[in-house]
Design a protein around this ligand. Structure first.
Ligand SMILES: CC(C)(COP(=O)(O)OP(=O)(O)OC[C@H]1O[C@@H](n2cnc3c(N)ncnc32)[C@H](O)[C@@H]1OP(=O)(O)O)[C@@H](O)C(=O)NCCC(=O)NCCS
Length: 343
């Protein structure tokens, strides 16, 4: 059985930097930099311009990851695309990315399979577990795993939506999961979910149990009320469960691998809220220098946070062969996951 390892990382964020103060001046939201920084650690986020979709953001991230892995698009055997903000209701963003990457071009034409993962902030780790198992099965050698989000289009950028709108940003991260005979790679993973809280962080733009699935006006045009159009979040409940589940997932992984915090070189926690991560870190006794973070610059980019961090860490020379890294995430569903990687 081959091992599955991360052979390349890449990321891409839009140019437009939206600071907390910009939420006030540009969008007229009644908030302050102090309020947001104190509760979340977020100072700014990036917003994609109109006309740029989720698969568009993913393309440069994948290209960077392919380059770092030293392979070309012809070597891609599978695409796994994790997002909660897909380009369209269907088909998934994976096939759009496949076409944009040129995998359907004459001469390349490998028509790699495309799978979309819908596990929100845990999407990257659900994708990583899937990619690892696929590579270990021997059926595919190189998988492009993407986490990408265009949140800005679906945020209620008004005072009414400030509790959610101030948290999220746009961005894309990608890794290549490849087969190797070397003694390295993704050692173990843990995934979990608690569907009792499915509604606690949700965006119910449509309801397929209703006829019609979107309310129609007199002219037969679909109309979605703001309560349904934009995400709803029970912030404090999310906070409490995030802390508990992240600690629980990490403890399970440590136990499985007979590890302690001291054995780990770097931790990559999903970037939802710096305070959640500080709380978890304190609880586990992690020193600050072992905790990578970038939420202050990008906000919560949901499925993209972990692959963006991996790509930035690699770019900064902080990820070296032989290091042991641990990653963990929690989000809507509720869903969570963790993985241990020998880099
Ligand atoms: C979102 C979060 C920062 C809100 O902090 P909180 O202390 O729980 O705040 P609440 O939602 O209870 O709101 C408290 C008050 O602040 C207000 N408020 C919310 N967002 C605000 C903002 N951006 N600026 C100013 N005031 C804001 C609320 O309207 C509310 O006002 P009210 O008391 O007059 O009704 C916090 O709950 C949190 O971080 N939760 C986890 C969120 C998360 O990680 N989500 C992603 C998971 S993947």
């Amino acid at each position: 059985m081959p091992n599955a390892y991360i052979s390349g990382t890449g990321f891409h964020v839009p140019e437009d930097i939206v600071t907390n103060q910009d939420l006030v001046t540009r969008y007229g939201i009644d908030t302050t930099d102090e309020w947001i920084v104190k509760r979340t650690g977020i100072e700014a986020r990036r917003f994609a311009p109109e006309g740029v979709g989720t698969a568009d953001l993913a393309v440069p991230a994948v290209q960077m990851a392919l380059e770092r892995a030293g392979i070309s698009n012809a070597d891609i055997g599978m695409i796994i695309f994790a997002t909660l903000s897909p380009d369209h209701c269907f088909p998934g963003s994976g096939v759009y990315l496949q076409h944009k990457l040129g995998l359907t071009d004459e001469g390349v034409g490998n028509f790699a399979g495309c799978l979309d993962v819908r596990n929100q902030c845990s999407g990257f780790l659900y994708g990583l577990a899937t990619a690892t198992s696929m590579v270990q099965s021997g059926s595919v050698d190189n998988i492009v795993l993407v986490g990408a989000e265009v949140h800005s289009a679906a945020l209620d950028l008004s005072t009414r939506g400030r509790n959610v709108a101030s948290l999220f940003g746009d961005g894309a991260g990608a890794v290549i999961v490849s087969a190797t005979e070397e003694d390295r790679g993704i050692r173990s993973w843990h995934l979990g979910a608690d569907g009792r809280h499915a509604d606690a962080l949700s965006q119910k733009v449509f309801d397929i149990s209703k006829r019609p699935f979107i309310p129609l006006n007199e002219e037969g045009v679909g109309q979605v009320a703001p309560d349904y159009m934009f995400a709803h979040m029970a912030g404090r409940l999310v906070f409490k469960h995030a802390v508990e589940r992240m600690i629980g997932a990490l403890m399970k992984e440590f136990q499985k691998q007979s590890l302690t915090v001291d054995d780990v070189d770097l931790f990559f926690f999903h970037q939802a809220n710096l305070r959640i991560n500080q709380y978890v870190a304190k609880n586990l006794g992690l020193p600050d220098e072992k905790l990578f973070h970038n939420i202050e610059r990008y906000g919560n980019t949901t499925a993209a946070t972990i692959p963006i961090m991996l790509a930035e860490a690699q770019g900064q020379g902080r990820l070296e062969r032989g290091m042991k890294i641990v990653t963990v995430a929690f989000g809507s569903g509720f869903t969570w996951g963790a993985a241990i990687i020998d880099w």
